[in-house]
Design a protein around this ligand. Sequence first.
Ligand SMILES: [Zn+2]
Length: 433
Amino acid sequence: METLSTTPHPGPLAPGSQTFDRLTLEKFSLGIGDRFGREGVAQLSALQTAARAGCAIVPVWNKSNREHKLIGTTPAAVRTAAEAAVRTAGWTGAFHVDADHIGLETVGPFLEPCDFFTIDVADFIGKEPGLEDRETVRRSLSRVVGRSLPGLGASITEAKMEAFLSDYAAAVREAGRIHRKIEQARVAGRFIAEVSTDEAQTAQSPEELLLLLAALAGEDVRVQTIAPKFTGRFNKGVDYVGDVGVFAGEFETHVRMLPVAIGEFGLPENLKLSVHSGSDKFSLYRPIREILTRHGAGLHLKTAGTTWLEEVIGLALSGGRGLEVAKQIALEALDHREELSAPYATVLDIRAGELPSPSTISAWDSETFARAVTHQPADPLFNASFRQLLHVSFKLAAAMGPAFLDALDAARGRVETCVTENLLERHIRPLFL
Ligand SMILES: [Zn+2]
């Protein structure tokens, strides 16, 4: 455990200055973790292979407040599971624990166990700000308005700033309030701040991203990674839906904005982009990799949700009781489709007509079940709707309690192989190796 109480408060710092004890997020990091806290070692195994191949990727355990609520787990348990996995695997590098998608109301239980905070202000975007909030953010932006900054086609006009204030001033002020609350508990500089707007209704333009970063700097939010909403759909556990060329253009423009924001606003020098629902976006990995290489840029990519699916696949492949448990979860998921999907509406595209019938599922053997779920888009048995439904069905496994966890233990070897291979072969290799 960290001994935070013995760390002196670094005190106010000049913009851009660093002290030895500032917690800094490394260049490449992956959001990992799993719903039931059992797959840490298998995920670290993938990162250890990457490290041996010369690519340092730092694991960040993440589990959102939403997921904790759905299955009744606590943020402290994530820290415990992460530390145990690090010890067992002999992981010697850095690791972090992310309070994923927290707000002012929900951050409390995350303050002690987490050292990484994903400050989610998407709900405040588009909310008309109060006069004082508007004026405060306006002052932060005065240094950018009317200037032609590198990377932007045209200078930022008064009109653009006013539109930005209407859409974002409330969100920026809220991010400041959350950040200050974390600072009180964690000591300034001893945590990593991410700001996420990925669950906003519309994608941010390059101007909006730059104004957002300027405004966050004005709130003294030491943002090290920012998760914009990109064009296209980032559905859970399946490939990107949208125009890959448009995404690539947008991603590269955002990457170009970051050095401008660092230089102009004194934000941390390691500021990088974060891609949420980043797992399984196979068609984006090549352009992302090319853009990162071209600009020497870093990346944080969240993949935690995909690991639970590998547990289901491993159970199915183990046959016998494991296959029965996988089928039981799938059959219940069909019954509760709407309730399970509701919290994730913006990141799912389940077509009811494409789902297998209960009798079809009951008749499946191990291989057929596994192929329906395994993300091999070219496999004719792969079913993207079924995979997305299972992605949000972990609550059903939680409700099964020991029956699920015992089956998982019995299929341990098989499950771990699935978890490691998925992370290494389908994610880390195309992105980083
Ligand atoms: Zn997110």
